[in-house]
Design a protein around this ligand. Structure first.
Ligand SMILES: CC(C)(COP(=O)(O)OP(=O)(O)OC[C@H]1O[C@@H](n2cnc3c(N)ncnc32)[C@H](O)[C@@H]1OP(=O)(O)O)[C@@H](O)C(=O)NCCC(=O)NCCS
Length: 383
């Protein structure tokens, strides 16, 4: 009976406006352009906090005191190395897959060697989460060397999470300013309410599957160009435009052809994304520092035209628009931009999973059936 009537069912395309969970992790005011992590404005965290401190804050719900922060930072530092067999495997992978696909594969592979792999209790889940957060930078930097036939650069325990990634990637200890800017970029990407990849990790975890599987769901979901994959496409678009003089014409033509401009628009923000505002400032600073303002000039022109043309529809720059310019100056290859998004967001994924599991209920929505009814089955020999 039920599937015939679809009675009492409401449908929201793309689940817009649907509330899927109650959470104390982060919140977005899309009208005001405000983002908070556990009540603290993102601007304050970007100004004063670090990756390690904000990760602790999200995971455990309160800001750490000095000794808690030291202990947590040490746990992260001590877990950076990846299993030798996984390292060997990285060396024999093809050199052309997208690094997000490698990240998915390697997180699955590391799950097989995790010391807590047989344990499903909360404490083990927290340990596995911390290890995975610590391992993301190593996986990404090591794969980048492996695909170029280069030696791995081992993690440097003297460096912070952010500085160590830039070191493992480039072989140079970054200067304080670059390390700090990258640290801030990771903080800005750490969490964002019930976004698609967070929801995907929660759906997987809600079946009481393991935390590595949940993270792999998140990576696969973040990869898409409508979510985390937009950042590398922004630079591709800037390449295509070529110069600031051509930016306006490009935007107008794209809008006329109903093509989306990458790095603009958001399901929740109908005003300026506060993360984009912060990243824009650092994109400007780095452009100045390296004496190359072509990208930022183009970016600012595109922003001006977009706000003029479609700002009234609530379309403004999102986190992906200026992050690419920042990463470019930090010496990060373009196809690592989305893995870097994941490096920050993995904290949000596991935090939401751990929160949701405290009062877990399997996610099981429904679909309205609009297919045919009473179709006669015809055996294959009669078709
Ligand atoms: C983020 C995004 C997926 C949100 O999607 P959504 O909430 O489903 O919104 P829609 O795609 O339905 O867009 C709503 C309207 O805004 C327009 N729009 C949204 N983003 C746009 C963009 N980047 N460029 C031009 N127009 C855009 C749509 O064409 C649509 O217009 P219409 O009402 O006249 O048809 C969407 O804005 C997008 O694709 N942006 C580009 C990719 C991107 O930067 N993603 C990173 C997100 S952090």
């Amino acid at each position: 009976m039920g599937f015939l009537t679809n009675e009492g069912q409401t449908y929201s395309r793309g689940l817009e406006g649907v509330v899927a969970a109650i959470s104390a992790v982060s919140a977005i005011d899309g009208q005001e352009g405000r983002l908070i992590y556990r009540g603290v404005d993102i601007e304050a965290l970007a100004e004063y906090s670090t990756f390690e401190e904000t990760a602790y804050f999200l995971l455990f719900g309160s800001l750490p005191n000095k000794s808690e922060l030291e202990q947590f930072s040490a746990e992260l530092r001590d877990a950076r190395e990846i299993h030798p067999r996984v390292k060997e495997h990285l060396k024999v992978l093809p050199s052309d897959p997208h690094p997000m696909d490698v990240l998915k594969l390697v997180v699955s592979h590391l799950a097989l060697y995790d010391p807590d792999k047989q344990r499903m209790d909360r404490e083990a889940k927290i340990r596995k989460s911390i290890r995975t957060i610590a391992q993301f930078p190593t996986i990404i930097a090591h794969y980048n060397h492996a695909r170029h036939g280069e030696e791995f650069i081992p993690p440097n325990p003297e460096l912070s999470h952010a500085a160590n990634f830039l070191y493992m990637l480039t072989g140079n200890v970054p200067d304080e300013e670059n390390a700090r800017i990258f640290d801030i970029a990771l903080i800005l990407h750490m969490d964002h309410g019930m976004n698609a990849s967070t929801f995907a990790t929660m759906v997987t975890a809600s079946t009481l599957s393991d935390i590595h599987s949940a993270i792999v769901s998140g990576i696969g979901t973040l990869k898409g160009p409508l979510h985390g994959g937009a950042n590398e496409r922004v630079l591709k678009m800037l390449d295509e435009i070529g110069s600031v003089e051509k930016a306006e014409e490009f935007v107008l033509k794209s809008l006329q052809e109903r093509k989306k401009i990458m790095g603009f628009g958001h399901r929740v923000y109908k005003s300026y994304d506060p993360r984009a505002r912060i990243l824009k400032q650092y994109a400007e600073r780095l452009s100045e520092k390296y004496g190359d303002t072509k990208w930022i000039e183009m970016g600012k022109k595109i922003e001006e035209v977009m706000i003029r043309e479609v700002g009234r529809k609530g379309i403004f720059p999102n986190v992906d628009f200026y992050s690419g310019i920042v990463y470019h100056f930090l010496g990060i290859p373009r196809d690592l931009f989305t893995p870097i998004f994941a490096m920050g967001r993995v904290v949000g994924w596991v935090t939401h999973v751990l929160e949701y599991l405290q009062a877990n209920r399997i996610f099981r929505p429904r679909a309205i059936y609009n297919g045919p009814l009473d179709v006669e089955y015809i055996p294959i020999e009669k078709r």
